[in-house]
Design a protein around this ligand. Structure first.
Ligand code: 5BU
Length: 455
């Protein structure tokens, strides 16, 4: 029989150094008087068992499956599963290879009600990531229990998204008990309280598409923003398929969920004028725009020829094109000065997603010096680089199930791209078109981006 006593349990956390006091420098560079890392509990089975009893008193009757947020909460979830006889699921943390590994291990059916267990909640980021992945597998998040709430805003953030987080302990209840039991001095007690007060994580302000459309300087940019707002989708499907039929069939399946398609027209083996007509017709039917990812990178005169001539005659059908700024301001100005009826909006590539990309800070800062001067420019393609409002940030390298490929591509999750990189538009290639059921897969991406309140 495991005895349960809050005060003795919390004091033991200090004894086994899961909670430490001192002068710590956090990853952010900020100083902290307290350090919490509950992973060490695995070395103390009796404490793990005790923790499980704390959890058990809170578990809702509806729960059908238990899942721990990897890794710290995995042994905790295991202990609860053994004690309650509720089956457990494991959500993988590591990169998933296409088609070979499942993201969730264990038996379950769609709609199963899950208890999610986490050790510590700070910003709520890892919980949100796990929630998105479990929900994309059809599981229902019924209850969320965490051992310790750092009270820095994470649970409020989850609440705003409709998830209630219950915590066994809060950092202030922890230090109050330790102070009352004479385990810490009064000064330290107040230092920790002040630290909590000063360390609130503010929810990122995601730019509303509707508001942006009102101030965006470019008509095509406004159109894109209005479509994103109307369809509640900031997803751009990058269709790197190599026949007209494959491209059009794919777009028939995902067209209703995207605000734009991005093509590499030079990889389409049977490119023709008819293809362009069909493409424009399907784009009109489903209300999305067309981006040609041509990545122009030449002197002004050549770029104008590449835009307007040749078998592709890109400017005649593309709503937007990508362009490198490597050739300098004059090359960009040449397009801006081009007087023609049909000119695509320009999306400069500021920073690339691939490993070892040469688009360093110096390069990006140089792009910034002139790109905003030109009204044909909609914004930029980038990762960490910040685009000035009301210009738009486009980010490729987005995938729910993979961290990268073996050719240098690097992926982030949609939530990370929106909330941390603060991107306006997400470009998704293989995450969608390599799926056997893109029409099902796109719903997962839509659920992820819609959970970020971007409209
Ligand atoms: P993926 O299958 O999601 O990896 O495809 C990404 C697409 O975005 C692909 O067409 C690339 O050419 C494109 N891309 C990119 O991945 N990274 C970049 O920095 C730029 C474009 Br710019």
């Amino acid at each position: 029989m495991v005895m349960n006593n809050t005060s003795s349990f919390l004091k033991s956390l200090v004894d086994i150094e899961c909670v430490k006091f001192g002068d710590f420098t956090l990853k952010s560079g900020k100083k902290s008087p307290i350090y919490i890392d509950l992973r060490n509990i695995v070395s103390y089975p009796k404490m793990l068992a005790e923790l499980s009893v704390f959890f058990e008193t809170h578990i809702s009757k509806e729960i059908q499956r238990i899942c721990g947020v990897p890794y710290a909460a995995l042994p905790m979830a295991t202990a609860v599963s053994i004690n309650t006889n509720l089956p457990m699921l494991i959500k993988r943390k590591e990169a998933k290879n296409y088609g070979t590994k499942k993201i969730v291990e264990g038996e379950f059916k769609k709609g199963d009600k899950v208890l999610l267990i986490e050790d510590v909640i700070t910003s709520g980021e890892s919980l949100l990531e796990t929630i998105t992945e479990l929900e994309s597998e059809g599981l229902a998040i019924e209850q969320i229990l965490v051992v310790l709430d750092r009270e820095q805003g994470g649970s409020d953030r989850l609440k705003a998204k409709g998830y209630e987080v219950q915590s066994l302990f809060t950092i202030s209840s922890l230090i109050k008990i330790l102070f009352e039991d004479g385990k810490i001095e009064e000064k330290l007690y107040h230092d920790v309280l002040n630290f909590i007060h000063d360390s609130q994580i503010t929810t990122p302000v995601v730019k509303s598409k509707k508001k942006l459309a009102k101030t965006h300087p470019n008509a095509i940019g406004q159109q894109l923003l209005n479509i994103a707002h109307a369809k509640k989708s900031n997803l751009i499907a990058s269709v790197d398929l190599t026949t007209s039929k494959e491209v059009l069939d794919f777009l028939a399946k995902v067209g209703s969920g995207i605000c734009a398609v991005k093509l590499h027209v030079d990889i389409i083996t049977d490119f023709s004028h008819d293809f362009v007509l069909e493409l424009r017709s399907i784009a009109q039917k489903h209300n999305f725009l067309i981006i040609e990812d041509r990545k122009f990178a030449d002197i002004g005169n050549t770029q104008l020829l590449q835009l307007s001539k040749g078998i592709y005659s890109i400017a005649s059908w593309a709503d937007m094109v990508t362009i490198h700024l490597i050739a300098g301001e004059a090359s960009l100005k040449a397009i801006q000065d081009w007087d023609t009826d049909k000119k695509p909006g320009l999306i400069p590539i500021i920073e690339m997603s691939s490993q070892g990309a040469l688009t360093d800070k110096h390069y990006m800062d140089n792009c910034k010096k002139f790109m905003y001067k030109y009204s044909d420019v909609l914004g930029g393609v980038c990762q960490t680089f910040e685009i000035d409002t009301p210009f738009l940030k486009f980010t490729p390298g987005v995938n729910l199930a993979s961290k990268g490929d073996d050719k240098g591509q690097q992926y982030n999750t949609p939530e990370f791209v929106i909330e941390t990189l603060r991107s306006d538009f997400l470009i998704i290639g293989r995450g969608l078109y390599a799926s056997t059921q893109p029409e099902v897969e796109i719903e997962k991406y839509l659920a992820a981006v819609r959970s970020c309140d971007i409209y």
